[in-house]
Design a protein around this ligand. Structure first.
Ligand code: DQA
Length: 145
């Protein structure tokens, strides 16, 4: 089964971006890890990152059309993009929302709401990069049901 891991703005700078919050793993490393975890779980994982909201919307629309499960870290768009809300609403298969940090525990109040959560099958936050592994494990387990 194919799974898309979609990462939103600024996540391309993982490893250099506020490592005290997001850690030292680069986006390239994360992509390798996700593909390897996927292989172990029998999933074909494709990892993408974009700083352009329309591109993420196109990817989500295509995932809706092809009924592809999605692991989504919409980063800052999580907190205010109604276009992402509408795109997530159209997904018919599993949507796992992932955040490396736990936005609900961070001081900025704008991080405390998510447009993705109402449509998510599961939310994983504050687990670091391992959250992506947990998301893939969840999707693989759902597929076994
Ligand atoms: C994030 C949390 C968001 O609040 C933030 O805007 C990000 C990353 C995370 O993975 O912890 O860019 O989604």
């Amino acid at each position: 089964m194919k799974v898309l891991v979609l990462n939103g703005p600024n996540l391309g700078r993982l490893g250099r971006r506020q490592p005290e919050i997001y850690g030292h793993t680069t986006h390239g490393d994360l992509a390798d890890l996700c593909r390897n975890w996927g292989e172990q779980l029998g999933l074909e994982v494709e990892v993408r990152q974009t700083n352009h909201e329309g591109e993420l919307l196109d990817w989500l629309n295509a995932a809706a059309d092809t009924e592809t499960p999605v692991v989504l870290n919409a980063a800052a768009w999580t907190h205010y993009s109604y276009a992402i809300f509408d795109a997530c609403a159209q997904l018919t298969t599993t949507l796992v929302e992932v955040h490396i940090s736990d936005p609900s525990q961070r001081p900025e109040v704008f991080r405390h709401s998510s447009v993705v959560t109402p449509h998510a099958t599961k939310v994983i936050a504050g687990q670091g990069i391992d959250g992506y592994r947990q998301a893939l494990e969840f999707i693989a387990a759902e597929d076994d049901d």
